[in-house]
Design a protein around this ligand. Structure first.
Ligand SMILES: [Ca+2]
Ligand SMILES: [Ca+2]
Length: 369
């Protein structure tokens, strides 16, 4: 286990040094001497040597690092994985985190025959939007989704009527959790192999992320897309997308978040024929694979399927020349005469909630938390 507070992400440069003993270790990055953090790795004589640059290394840049120990310097060259910068506007403030809504919101659709467009993210989106129609069993949520409170470690081999088996990084053989069935599958009216085929799913969650560099991965059969957005929102920034009809394989992705916050993210997964699985995980600084929202791991990135409602301002009227103003929680009512920039907001003379004011002229209101 890494020390408390250690970021579970790969925005550091370093290595594991075996049998260092009491010797010292230094580091060079791009010709400059830097000071790494050296941590004992439990149950071994190895040490984890990591240096986190004060500013993130840019997407797709090349660097040279060196470890200095035992009287020698060993260099290596590395490239920073290409990564998308997510807009700070996407971050929901962490004070809207709802600890009662841990996990994912998964909506699963299944077609009775192969989807037009095959194993592509676009075809999966069309299927999620209703074309072709779904025969999957809807979940208990109003939109037919399922709430998944633990992790995403699905395998169609675990679905009723299929041949049991485990696949991927996370399975009991490797000390991980057992695979779980894909919710809602098989759908109605299916027989034979199509019971476990032609599936698409939108796995939505708010990821609780610090500012910085994030390294995730999906292990899937067949393909997938990771996109910023709320359920059904297909216009957000695409963090990674791959069209493939192929077996389970790790594909790492990276992105950077300019500020800490809750980021709405959709993992769109799909499978055609044959096997089908999906694992959603991140990497620790020493390359450890950690399932998203694995609450048994201190360094797991946490997922929430919803957030607390934001402060809502309601203005009704006019009625008999009066307007009623109210808001949904603790906050300060402010007013402005115009929305032309620079806008001058001032605290409203009355903070009564609700309150009734005379409807004359033009006035703008907002409420601040
Ligand atoms: Ca697995
Ligand atoms: Ca497949």
């Amino acid at each position: 286990m890494l020390p408390a507070g250690t970021r579970p992400f790969g925005d550091a440069v370093g290595a594991v040094v075996a049998d260092l003993g009491t010797g010292t270790v230094g580091m060079i990055l791009d010709g400059e001497v830097v000071t790494p953090v050296v941590t004992d790795i439990s149950n071994s004589s190895d040490k984890l040597v990591l240096y986190a640059p004060p500013t993130l290394l840019s997407s797709s840049t090349s660097h040279t690092a060196g470890l200095i120990y035992a009287g020698t310097t060993n260099y290596w060259i590395f490239n920073v994985i290409s990564n998308v910068v997510v807009s700070a506007n996407e971050a929901v403030p962490r004070d809207r985190l709802d600890p009662g809504k841990v996990g994912f919101r998964a909506r699963v659709v299944q077609a009775a025959a192969a989807r037009p467009g095959g194993n592509t993210a676009a075809a999966a989106e069309a299927q999620l939007a209703g074309s072709p129609a779904s025969v999957a069993l809807p979940g208990p949520e109003p939109d037919g989704s399922y709430i998944i409170t633990n992790v995403i470690n699905w395998n169609v081999q675990k679905n009723p009527g299929n041949t049991a088996g485990e696949i991927g990084n996370f399975q009991p053989l490797f000390g991980g959790p057992a695979d779980e069935p894909v919710p809602g599958v098989p759908g109605t009216g299916l027989a034979g192999n199509p019971r476990f085929e032609n599936i698409a799913a939108e796995i939505f969650e708010y990821l609780d992320l610090p500012a910085g560099y994030q390294k995730f991965a999906v292990n899937a059969d067949d393909g997938w897309k990771v996109q910023v957005g709320t359920p059904g929102q297909t216009t957000g920034t695409v963090l990674f997308s791959i069209d493939r009809g192929a077996g389970a394989r790790d594909i790492p992705i990276a992105f950077t978040t300019p500020v800490a916050g809750l980021y709405p993210v959709r993992l769109v997964w799909y499978k055609g024929g044959g096997g089908g699985n999906v694992e959603f995980f991140s990497y620790g600084p020493n390359g450890e694979k950690i399932l998203i929202n694995d609450r048994t791991k201190a360094n797991a990135i946490k997922a929430y399927y919803d957030i607390t409602p934001g402060l809502r301002l309601t203005i009704t009227g006019p009625s008999n020349g009066m307007v009623t103003i109210s808001w949904s929680g603790p906050g300060t009512l402010e007013e402005a005469a115009s929305l032309q920039t620079p806008v001058t907001w001032t605290t409203a003379p009355s903070q009564a909630n609700p309150q009734t004011v005379t409807a004359t002229g033009t006035k703008f209101y907002r409420v601040r938390q």
